[in-house]
Design a protein around this ligand. Structure first.
Ligand code: URA
Length: 425
């Protein structure tokens, strides 16, 4: 086989066989073909697409390029939850302990963030003592004793995806539906859960900008799951505005702590209750309605909060020691009206510029910096009210202006969109 023939075949809109896709992926992992040749292959997929079968072949080859985790001996229902990444997305910190307190096992491997938003691993690292690295045995022991565990993404899982995803990031070929579907599903299938809940973000602050493309991606992932007999459920959620009030690694941990104390942001509460109910109902095979009643009960009784505390403590974290040392700047409104929009993309760029995100994998980040929204979607604002507080360690020249520009304040109150758009199973 020759790489050039396979690339030309795709460029001519012909279907590739399992062996041809396997040849390209494995040759790249073994460094038998160069970054340039692999880029040509990636671009041919980017422009010509892949059929469902081809997307499955790519997923399968990437799964086989690394280790897989066997969770079949766990005698509790097992469910994984994945988010495609959004601004202020601290959902994993909330739904993993809720589901675990309902007797569902939640094994999670989370990555560090690249680009504008921090990953769950970055958020957890802002808790002093929290250990993201664990042996496989310790991970399984925690799942047995606590019910949830969040560790760093193993380097040994879907090895080919890591290499190809890094290349795609470098050449700007991320937003391709078959490439995203195979990338996410290769990691999820290799991680061993039978039920996979995907929170697919749609809107300005997400890589899926519209509902049509997000629906196509969701359907593709559900179908790929079926090849492996895995139940995949995708919820499309709105990312035109940030999730919750705190954006920034340590600040998001603090919002999760507050959440379990009963101080909720409405949109964050709605999505957290919805996703945890979905996790519990599909894993325990009970109705969504009963699962939702259970979730509300677990939150109100404090069981979910106890589980959150137990999980963080088990992994060495001290919730009274958060890396949150930063200076504060209150930004006040220059006008009166209603908050009709908060631009999540602009906000994430500001938080990134403050130092909360990284360009390259090895870059250091500042856990403490970010923004806390005092006024959120739908709120009434009077001139002079504090809109938000910026937490910073290095002062940016235009911080106030950048923050003010994230807000659209108008005289007439606009209708606020629901956070949950639809669910595809
Ligand atoms: N997240 C992934 O894991 N892969 C992609 O391709 C895009 C988002």
């Amino acid at each position: 086989m020759k790489a050039i023939d396979i690339i030309n075949k795709k460029n001519n809109n012909e279907k590739l066989s399992y062996e041809e896709i396997e040849y390209m992926v494995n040759s790249y992992v073994k460094e038998r073909i160069s970054d340039d040749t692999m880029s040509d292959f990636v671009w041919s997929i980017y422009y010509k697409g892949l059929s469902l079968d081809e997307t499955y072949y790519l997923t399968d080859v990437m799964i086989k390029s690394g280790e897989t985790i066997d969770l079949s001996h766990i005698n509790k229902p097992v469910v994984d939850k994945h988010s495609t990444g959004g601004v202020g997305d601290k959902i994993t910190l909330i739904v993993a302990p809720i589901a675990a307190s309902a007797g569902v096992c939640v094994p999670k491997m989370s990555g560090r963030g690249l680009g504008l938003t921090g990953g769950t691993a970055d958020k957890l690292e802002s808790i002093k003592g929290y250990k993201l690295k664990m042996s496989k045995q310790a991970f399984l022991k925690e799942l047995d004793e606590v019910g949830c565990s969040v560790i760093s993404q193993s380097e040994k899982i879907a090895v080919a995806d890591k290499k190809i995803y890094a290349l795609r990031n470098e050449i700007g070929a991320v937003d391709s539906i078959p490439l995203i579907a195979s990338s996410i599903m290769s990691k999820k299938i290799a991680s061993g859960s039978d039920v996979i809940i995907i929170d697919l973000k749609v809107g300005k602050g997400a890589f899926m900008k519209n509902i049509k493309d997000a629906t196509h991606l969701a359907k593709t992932m559900v179908k790929i799951g079926a090849y492996y007999n895995k139940k995949v459920i995708c919820t499309l959620s709105d990312m035109n505005a940030p999730l919750g009030r705190n954006i920034g690694n340590a600040l998001e941990v603090k919002e999760a702590i507050d959440f379990f104390k009963g101080n909720y942001d409405k949109r964050l509460y709605d999505l957290s209750v919805y996703l945890s109910s979905l996790m519990i109902s599909s894993a325990k095979k009970i109705s969504f309605r009963s699962a939702k009643e259970l979730v509300i009960n677990l939150l109100e009784s404090g069981h979910a909060r106890n589980k959150f505390n137990a999980w963080i403590k088990y992994q060495g974290g001290n919730l009274s020691k958060i890396r949150d040392k930063a200076k504060k700047l209150n930004v006040v409104s220059q006008t009166s009206g209603y908050v009709n929009k908060i631009d999540s993309l602009k906000l994430s760029k500001l938080v990134f510029d403050l130092g909360a995100g990284r360009v390259k994998k090895k870059d250091n980040i500042d856990y403490a910096v970010g923004v806390v929204l005092n006024k959120t979607l739908g709120d009434k604002v009077n001139k002079g009210d504090v809109l938000a507080t910026v937490y910073y360690n290095k002062k940016l020249p235009d911080m106030k202006e950048a923050l003010t520009n994230c807000y659209l304040i108008e005289k007439k109150k606009a209708k606020i969109k629901k956070i949950i758009i639809k669910t595809i199973k």
